[in-house]
Structure formats: structure tokens, C-alpha cells
Write a protein that binds this ligand. Structure first.
Ligand SMILES: [Zn+2]
Length: 198
């Protein structure tokens, strides 16, 4: 049985492949490529993390557009085995679950396509590669991280500002109207000032 190189779902029939592996569809392929580019850029630029948080068995690093979870120490090895650093791009996050640390560890769990986060309670959470477990002394930072990621996801969903292009288009339209004699020079120049925010 073949599995998708991005979401790990079984590929029963069809799928797409490239030099780096096999995927369910072009959406998974695109997301895998984006993740690879982002990892390459990070290595090339030695980008500094905005937050670095030590968890119970992992270290979490948070960047402008992604976070990484790296198993640390003997416990990290026990619960996550030889899984290396897991990179989660903000745009692929469908949801986040936060549990405040108390008598038990807290956790921050990320729902991403193909993730296995909701299957089987706390022990499953500990071994889930999309979950960061932590204790009370880093709770403040984890809350900041959670707010930061929520904010970045919200910003990412807003359409990119295209103000300059659309203002230029509008001015061009006004110029056409002037050429056709439908606008006076003064009306044109007032409209242009308005569009340029002058
Ligand atoms: Zn897939």
C-alpha cells in the first residue's frame, strides 16, 4: 500500500508523483512543495525563531509562517521514536486545541489534513507528532504562541491587498472617459487625486 508523502493517507488508486514522492492529489503535492521550500529557505537563511519553547518531550520553534516540533531527550525519543523535526505551516492548520497544564501536562494540538490528533486521548496526544506537551512554567509563552498563530492564520486568510494595481486601473478608466469627452479635465484630476489618496 502506498501512502501520500504529505498527509500520509493511503493512496488506493490514482495519485500524483514527482521526484520527491507520491501524493493523493495536486493539493497535497503543492502543500508538500511549499513545506519543502519553506524548510530550504529556513536552512539557507538561518531564520531566527520568534518563540522557542521547551516542552515535556519536545522543543517548539515558532516562525513567521510556520512552527516546528522537535523531539528532545529520552522522553522525546520514547514517545515519538525516531521521528525528526515536524514542520507545520500555518496555512495548513485547520484548528488548534489548548489544554492548560495542571496536575497533568498541558498541550497544544494542531489539526492538519491527515493528522491523527483526535484518535485516542492523552496517550495518543503524547505520541502525536502534531502535539506539543508542556508544563506550567512555560504556559504563559504557549498562550502567546497560540494567540500569535491564530492572528497569523487570520491575516493569511485575508485577500492580499491589490490597492496599487486597482487604483492604476481606475485612473486608466477615468483617462478613457476624459478622452471620450465624458469627463472634464477638472473632473478627471479630482478623481485621480481621490484614487491616489492625495
Ligand atoms: Zn495526501
Amino acid at each position: 500500500m502506498k501512502h501520500c508523502n504529505f498527509c500520509n493517507d493511503a493512496i488506493i488508486f490514482g495519485g500524483v508523483r514527482d521526484a520527491d514522492g507520491q501524493y493523493c492529489n495536486s493539493r497535497c503535492q503543492d502543500q508538500a512543495a511549499a513545506r519543502r521550500r519553506s524548510e530550504q529557505a529556513m536552512r539557507a537563511n538561518k531564520v531566527q525563531a520568534i518563540y522557542t519553547v521547551q516542552g515535556v518531550a519536545e522543543e517548539m520553534e515558532v516562525f513567521d509562517d510556520k512552527l516546528t516540533i522537535t523531539p528532545k531527550g529520552a522522553l522525546g525519543f520514547m514517545v515519538k521514536g525516531l521521528k525528526g523535526t515536524k514542520t507545520i505551516l500555518f496555512f495548513s492548520i485547520n484548528g488548534m486545541q489548548y489544554r492548560k497544564p495542571g496536575r497533568l501536562s498541558g498541550y497544544l494540538q494542531f489539526t492538519i489534513p491527515g493528522g491523527n490528533e483526535s484518535k485516542g486521548g492523552l496517550f495518543a496526544a503524547a505520541s502525536d507528532e502534531n502535539t506539543f506537551m508542556f508544563d506550567a512554567k512555560v504556559d504563559d509563552v504557549v498562550i502567546k504562541v497560540k494567540d500569535f498563530i491564530e492572528k497569523r492564520i487570520k491575516e493569511g486568510r485575508q485577500p492580499a491587498p491589490a490597492q496599487t494595481a486597482s487604483a492604476a486601473d481606475e485612473i486608466r478608466k477615468l483617462a478613457e472617459l476624459r478622452e471620450q469627452g465624458l469627463l472634464s479635465e477638472e473632473e478627471f484630476s479630482n478623481g485621480k487625486k481621490k484614487l491616489l489618496g492625495l
